[in-house]
Design a protein around this ligand. Structure first.
Ligand SMILES: Cc1cc2nc3c(=O)[nH]c(=O)nc-3n(C[C@H](O)[C@H](O)[C@H](O)COP(=O)(O)OP(=O)(O)OC[C@H]3O[C@@H](n4cnc5c(N)ncnc54)[C@H](O)[C@@H]3O)c2cc1C
Length: 477
């Protein structure tokens, strides 16, 4: 770690203003949108918020900060959920916002790729792809605000992973500013390139601790002719897993979404957003949302979907189901799923988990952990939902009805985390499936990560960022 003499800071601000212009070096006014995390649990204080407009300016900022021994926190849409994209409270870090770097640089239709700058909002990337007649399949609840750079830095997942993979699987090349302020030009659109260590994959998921992503070349796919959505009531988690197996078998690559939602999670949506009219939730412990995308026709998609549901009824996996009849009905079903996070926030603070397990281990994890938590904390409420198709659950824990949420978090958060994470570890799972480590889990990670892997991670950080200036205190200490 470096120590900056306070006298170096005014010189740094002068250098930053010279590089970016006064308008893009912010030190006064309301900076809360940059300094506060999305869940509004933590507020930091930046020395300055800088808003470079191109890769050379990012490099100039990093060089000036390295010279002054000042650390840099990269930020995209600031929708991350592990407190990784805001400055600490010291008032000595530079917050580097990529939001002005939002151009689509190129679309190569024959190569099925698109090259975009890091600050491009995900929804705009999706729209640019669609306007060119292609699908960019990454899809998250935060897509109206999060950026492709943030998606890459966190290796975001979302609702289409079951078919297209995480952000990592969608990326072919990167342009990155290193901790020394050099520019790594590896914006390749190649699907095959075995010329040594895979630095692209090292950068993806590194949460701004190894380099600053300034642009990326991403894969495109043909637009499906039709996507159909079904909502099914299932009698148990075991049955949901069995339905997933049937869907893989009968829809193949057509299966593009498979989400599971517990009854309590849906009751919160029903309570806080009754206008959404949640179907089938009252008489079943779990519901499943399935999406079937088809390159042929609606008729073909519907007949395959209906055949799958018939089999599932016969097998007892499904007790009731609806298939959306129109695009607006399908959108409403997805909107219900995406509203669970917001409905929880309406209900009050809760303890969030973003865990992954082998799909085969999920039924026993849910049964054992539900029972354990209910035994340990009387009246505790479990908001269980997530991307079952990827073995990823948002297994959140809400305080007993009518109790003080804040007090519950203060007194129970560490204990609940330990109970849940120990259960995850025992079944070979991960304590962070999608959201990353940030500063929220940096001190928990050593208890659950393989120690040799953690040592190698620290050595990589030291090799690439020896001064410890890129997003310090995140991922590894
Ligand atoms: C309602 C809601 C739903 C969500 N759903 C999902 C989901 O389904 N799946 C999922 O995976 N996540 C989800 N998230 C979490 C979040 O949206 C993702 O992690 C997203 O990828 C973050 O992108 P961002 O641009 O907001 O990044 P930020 O929050 O700004 O930053 C996240 C991390 O990346 C680093 N970073 C940002 N940009 C760069 C860059 N250009 N170069 C290097 N480092 C950078 C930051 O320093 C920080 O460590 C959700 C969040 C919300 C609020």
């Amino acid at each position: 770690m470096t120590h900056t003499a306070p006298t170096a800071l005014p010189d740094l601000l002068i250098a930053l203003r010279a590089a970016l212009g006064d308008a893009h070096v912010l030190t006064e006014g309301d900076l809360s949108s940059y300094e506060q995390d999305w869940r509004k649990r933590v507020r930091g204080k930046a020395l300055a918020v800088v808003r470079p407009g191109n890769t050379q300016e990012v490099a100039a900022v990093v060089k000036a900060c390295a010279k002054a021994g000042v650390s840099v926190v990269p930020q995209g849409g600031n929708t991350g959920l592990v407190v990784g994209s805001i400055p600490d409270t010291s008032g000595t870090q530079v917050l580097l916002s990529l939001q002005r770097m939002n151009a689509v640089r190129a679309i190569d239709a024959d190569n099925l790729t698109l090259t975009v700058e890091a600050g491009c909002v995900l929804q705009n990337v999706q729209q640019a792809a669609e306007q060119a007649g292609f699908l960019f399949p990454l899809s998250l609840g935060s897509e109206g605000s999060c950026t492709i750079g943030g998606n890459l830095a966190t290796n975001a997942g979302g609702t289409q992973v079951v078919r297209y993979g995480n952000t990592r699987e969608l990326c072919l090349g990167l342009e990155v500013v290193t901790a020394q302020g050099d520019i790594m030009h590896t914006l390749s659109g190649l699907r095959k390139d075995n010329t040594g260590y895979d630095l692209r994959n090292l950068m993806i998921g590194s949460e701004g601790t190894l380099g600053i992503i300034t642009a990326a070349t991403m894969k495109l796919y043909p637009l499906p002719a039709v996507s159909l959505t079904a909502w099914a009531a299932v009698p148990s988690v075991e049955h949901a897993v069995k339905l997933l197996g049937l869907a893989h078998q009968h829809l193949g690559a057509g299966l593009t979404g498979f989400e599971m939602m517990g009854q309590f999670a849906l009751s919160l949506v029903d309570k806080h957003y009754p206008q959404l009219r949640v179907p089938l939730w009252q008489d079943t412990p779990y519901c499943v949302l399935l999406e079937n995308s088809d390159t042929e026709s609606e008729e073909h998609a519907r007949s395959r979907f209906e055949y799958l549901l018939e089999l599932a009824f016969e097998d007892g996996c499904v007790t009731d189901a609806v298939v959306a009849e129109s695009l607006s009905q399908a959108r409403n079903l997805w909107h219900i799923r995406e509203s669970i996070t917001l409905a929880q926030a309406e209900e009050g603070l809760n303890i969030k988990h973003d865990i992954s397990l082998p799909v085969s281990a999920i039924p026993s994890f849910v049964a054992n952990t539900d029972a354990l938590l209910k035994r340990e904390i009387e009246g505790v409420r479990i908001v269980n939902f997530g991307h079952l198709g990827d073995g990823n659950l948002h297994y959140n824990v809400q305080s007993p009805q009518g109790s003080d949420n804040k007090l519950f978090l203060q007194t129970q958060e560490d204990r609940v985390n330990t109970l849940v994470y120990n259960a995850v570890k025992a079944l070979g799972g991960s304590i962070s499936a999608e959201h990353g480590v940030g500063s929220l889990k940096v001190d928990t990670l050593p208890d659950y990560k393989d120690p040799v892997a953690l040592t190698l991670m620290r050595q990589v950080k030291l090799a690439l960022d020896p001064q410890g200036l890129l997003n310090p205190g995140r991922v590894v200490r």
